[in-house]
Ligand binder design. Structure first.
Ligand code: GLN
Ligand code: ZN
Length: 766
């Protein structure tokens, strides 16, 4: 039978036990020994689940108290100098200090930077390298955990971030430093770690090299050949598995196949086509690990399709050179579908289409068994059940809604364009709203104090009736309108008190999207997200936000801005159906949002913001795939935004990233106003907007809402003056960087008071 394994297993815990363990420890409510015990328990649980399922090799060192890239930094001793005072103490203290910063006594050091792990919603801690970086085998975590698994009798396969990917994930602190030049110094440390694993009894070691599935510069290509030749020389006996994922190998295929390693893992979900060419080019001694079960999404594997790939591989490759796995680590999917027992949350019909980590582990094993003749007979029932689930999904009226499809077919290019060009709209909007120069506004949410957050739980528990709940929300909304009026803001918002989360709120109201009770995936550290699942054609049964926008507008004569989440952000922060292109799902959501936009306009909401913070993070990993994505994603936004009159003003908002490289896409959205996060980059972004001659109105965030610090009027004024040097003053808005929901009221009011002052000042100057 084919060998089965996983690249990694989720580590937050079925009930987020590790979240609690870490947070208790951080709060000083649990001891270091408690924390370690919780970690041990989690690892043992994960291994025993995988072993019981019947996997041959279990991943080790996929566990982390925070992040596997940070663990790697500790393994190789890449500890920035500001943390050196913690090197002698408990390793967990150093780990958490690097992850979260450290403020105690006379120490005040900031954490490593955090950024997205490829195109997932997982965030890793960016290694920092200096020119005089000297690596050493500092943390022995991987060896310790290997021994731990071994002592339990498991067939353990240690997992490491590969050396080339590790360097490419990091950041040079000295501008002249080329990260890859550190390879020579880094490899001896990997060699020592691998030797230690071999000495401890390891047979196989997995080295994750996702960059082999990305665009590589010539230096990185050379680094791969060099690195793996060096490692091979260092540990000639140890079996090395190089894992690629999140894409296909494309032009890196020959490189990957030429590495002197024992096995290569392929992501056959993202790159199914590469199987044939890899099989044709495979060196005889190389084992292939087929990543057939989707590690990035929650759908049940289609056994018929997977078996075709397996048969193709079996026809060209001896059975002992084939392994079976999921496409990538299961870190990115929830723990166990069997925890979903509430049928009113997740219906049995939809549940039957899904597989979470445990179920995916079972699928890998089952697929291997089905690939033998006797297995086919023994597991007939499982095969039939899978076929039946696939058929049910393919035919379900929950998935396929003729009204949506018909509506989609009727979309014309005109539906994705506003009636007039921006200058005409701008004139109409100025005539309608009479806003001053440098109009002030906010991004949508206002402080969600604990009492607001409690409201929803109280409603859910039945401690509040719907009337009581809504009455309280009305009170909060009225209050936030009055506060904004008192501050002198020009365009008001309703505060978003009725929203738990900007995607969940819409997901709950749209048909074709469902939720889970326990479907958490790690976002960073102890933090999880519970993404909605888009399972079918998306349709809006009724207005979603009009009630609150309308209520807020009734409280004031100032314009209230309606607040929506855009189609790409809803798509990006959900598990998305895999039975049609993402583009089609985006268009369906766009149509639903468009209906909402039109309803808001009809309710006399003249300014409507469609947030798209996730537009940039949806970019494909390969540059060659960018144009197609930007084309359909901006079109989806325009489809959502273009159903309104010229004098209705459409805003959009973006944050979390640099936008310099997608400015033409941002311009292609053709929003009348964009508010964008810029303050942390000191308005550098604006120079790019100016150089690009961005045509529409723009509100560069003048202060960072991620900190409670109250910005002074002077600094905001300086930022706006900088902005006004490159962007026509008539096109500039004054607003914070992002929504204020994580802030408290005192700093929010103080900051906005200063902000309004700045706008007034600017109006005198320009
Ligand atoms: N309107 C949302 C808010 O203010 C926007 C959030 C975001 O950009 N992430 O909270
Ligand atoms: Zn934002």
């Amino acid at each position: 039978m084919m060998t089965t394994h996983l690249l990694g297993y989720p580590r937050l815990g079925a009930r987020r036990e590790m979240k609690r363990a870490c947070e208790q420890y951080w709060a000083g409510k649990a001891s270091l020994e408690d924390l370690r015990e919780a970690g041990r328990a989690q690892r043992h649980y994960n291994w025993s689940v995988q072993q019981q399922v019947g996997l041959d090799w279990l991943p080790v060192n996929d566990f982390s108290f925070y992040d596997q890239v940070l663990d790697t930094s500790l393994m190789v001793g890449a500890v920035p100098e500001r943390f050196h005072f913690l090197r002698e103490g408990a390793p967990e203290e150093l780990l958490f200090a690097m992850a979260r910063g450290y403020q105690q006594g006379d120490h005040d050091v900031i954490a490593l930077e955090m950024t997205k792990w490829f195109d997932t919603n997982y965030h890793y801690l960016v290694p920092e390298f200096t020119a005089d970086e000297s690596f050493s085998f500092f943390s022995t975590k991987v060896v310790d955990e290997f021994r731990e698994a071994q002592a339990l009798g498991h067939a353990a396969k240690p997992v490491l971030v590969g050396p080339v990917s590790y360097l490419l994930l990091g950041k040079a602190k000295d501008s002249e430093l080329d990260r890859l030049s550190l390879l020579e110094r880094l490899l001896p440390v990997y060699a020592v770690a691998l030797q230690a694993l071999q000495d401890a009894g390891a047979e196989w070691v997995q080295l994750d090299e996702p960059f082999l599935a990305m665009d590589l510069c010539p230096a990185a290509t050379a680094a791969y050949s060099y690195a793996y030749r060096a490692l091979r020389r260092a540990v000639p006996e140890l079996k090395l598995l190089v894992a690629t994922y999140f894409g296909d190998l494309r032009e890196n295929q020959s490189l990957a196949l030429s590495l002197p390693v024992d096995a290569l893992h392929l992501d056959l979900v993202r790159g199914p086509e590469q199987l044939a060419s890899v099989l044709a080019e495979r060196p005889e001694a190389l084992t292939l690990s087929l990543g057939l079960v989707d590690g990035r999404n929650v759908w049940k594997n289609d056994f018929a399709a997977s078996r075709r790939s397996i048969e193709l591989a079996q026809a060209q490759c001896p059975a002992d050179k084939l392994w079976l796995s999921a496409s990538c680590s299961l870190l990115h999917v929830p723990f166990d579908l069997e925890q979903e027992t509430q049928e009113d949350v997740l219906t049995p019909e939809i549940k039957n289409w899904l597989a979470f980590a445990k179920q995916k582990a079972e699928e890998v094993v089952l697929l291997a068994r089905l690939a033998t003749d006797e297995g086919k007979a023994t597991y007939r029932a499982a095969l039939d059940a899978n076929q039946q689930a696939m058929d049910s999904r393919r035919q379900s009226p929950l998935v396929h809604r003729p009204t949506v499809q018909q509506r989609l077919r009727q979309v014309t290019p005109d539906d994705t364009r506003r009636q007039s060009a921006f200058p005409v709209r701008q004139a109409a909007q100025h005539a309608r709203f009479h806003l001053p120069y440098f109009p002030t506004t906010t991004i949508g949410s206002f402080p969600q104090t604990p009492d607001v957050r409690r409201l929803r739980a109280q409603l859910r528990r039945g401690d509040l009736t719907l009337q009581q709940y809504e009455a309280t929300l009305e009170e909060k909304t009225r209050d936030v309108i009055h506060r904004q009026e008192a501050l002198g803001l020009d365009v008001l918002v309703h505060g978003e008190y009725e929203r738990n989360d900007m995607v969940e709120y819409f997901g709950e109201q749209l048909d074709g999207i469902t939720f889970t009770e326990h479907g958490w995936v790690q976002s960073y550290g102890s933090r999880g997200v519970k993404p909605p699942i888009i399972f079918g054609d998306v349709e809006r049964p009724q207005p979603m936000t009009v009630r609150w926008a309308d209520f807020a507008q009734q409280q004031t004569d100032k314009p209230v801005k309606g607040m929506l989440t855009g189609p790409i952000t809803i798509l990006q922060w959900s598990f998305v159906r895999n039975d049609q292109p993402r583009r089609d799902t985006a268009r369906q959501i766009a149509l639903a949002i468009r209906e909402e936009v039109v309803d808001l306009e009809r309710a006399h909401i003249g300014i409507i913001q469609i947030d798209e913070p996730a537009l940039r993070e949806g970019l494909p990993l390969r540059r060659a795939d960018w144009p197609a994505y930007l084309d359909w994603s901006t079109e989806a936004f325009r489809l959502a935004a273009s159903g309104v009159r010229d004098d209705t003003q459409i805003h959009t908002h973006m944050c979390y990233s640099e936008f310099n490289d997608i400015l033409d896409a941002i311009a292609a959205l053709d929003a009348d106003v964009i508010t964008v996060e810029t303050s942390r980059s000191q308005m550098e972004l604006l120079e790019a907007f100016a150089a690009f001659a961005y045509p529409n109105e723009i509100g560069p965030g003048v202060y960072d809402i991620h900190s409670p610090r109250v910005p002074t009027a002077e600094e905001m004024q300086a930022l706006m003056e900088k902005a006004a040097r490159v962007i026509p003053a008539r096109n500039l808005w004054v607003n914070p960087d992002c929504g204020l929901k994580t802030r408290g009221w005192p700093e929010t009011e103080a900051a906005l008071r200063n902000m309004v002052l700045v706008a007034r000042q600017l109006r005198e100057e320009y």
